[in-house]
Design a binder for this molecule. Structure first.
Ligand code: FE2
Length: 161
């Protein structure tokens, strides 16, 4: 259960770290279905959940967190790589949207997307967050902005929280 009152107070690093954990769990759920005998319908639903969570996360992170961090950490290479990684994630999500679970490369595409996401998590949590903290990015204000952006993105898609 999410606790909205608690989330309102969470800073950007707490929120993004929670997002990362949530998305990793969704990939683990899919892996179980793929290894076991998950039906195509169950797999498609798991992938829908992954793509939605990942898209909202990436868009909020990219529009709210990255620009604020880029402005202060003076590491354009790290930020450029983060953008290119997001572009790779978006491209695989688009490929998955066009694929049925019966497709030969369906499971492999989800697996590779999960590996790209794992890499993203390492880069952001191990490199970007420490630099953002050191540069005294206002993670409290960014946390509130991230929450608001996520609400808007979900509402635009007609999705419940
Ligand atoms: Fe992220």
């Amino acid at each position: 259960m999410t606790n909205p009152a608690k989330q309102l107070d969470d800073d950007a690093i707490v929120l993004l770290t929670e997002d990362h954990k949530k998305v990793k769990k969704l990939f683990a759920d899919f892996a179980k279905l793929a290894k076991g005998d998950g039906t195509d319908k169950a797999k498609a639903e798991a992938v829908r959940a992954i793509c939605l969570a990942l898209t909202i996360h990436a868009q909020a992170e990219e529009k709210i967190f990255y620009p604020a961090v880029r402005a202060v950490i003076k590491d354009d290479d790290l930020m450029d790589e983060a953008h290119v990684e997001h572009a790779g994630v978006k491209s695989l999500i688009a490929q998955l949207h066009a694929m049925e679970p019966a497709h030969d490369h369906y499971d492999a595409t989800v697996t590779v997307l999960g590996e790209m996401f794992d890499h993203h998590v390492k880069e952001v949590e191990d490199k970007m967050f420490p630099k953002a903290k050191k540069a005294k990015v206002d993670i409290d204000a960014l946390g509130a902005a991230l929450m608001q952006r996520k609400h808007e993105l979900l509402a635009e898609r007609g999705e419940a929280e």
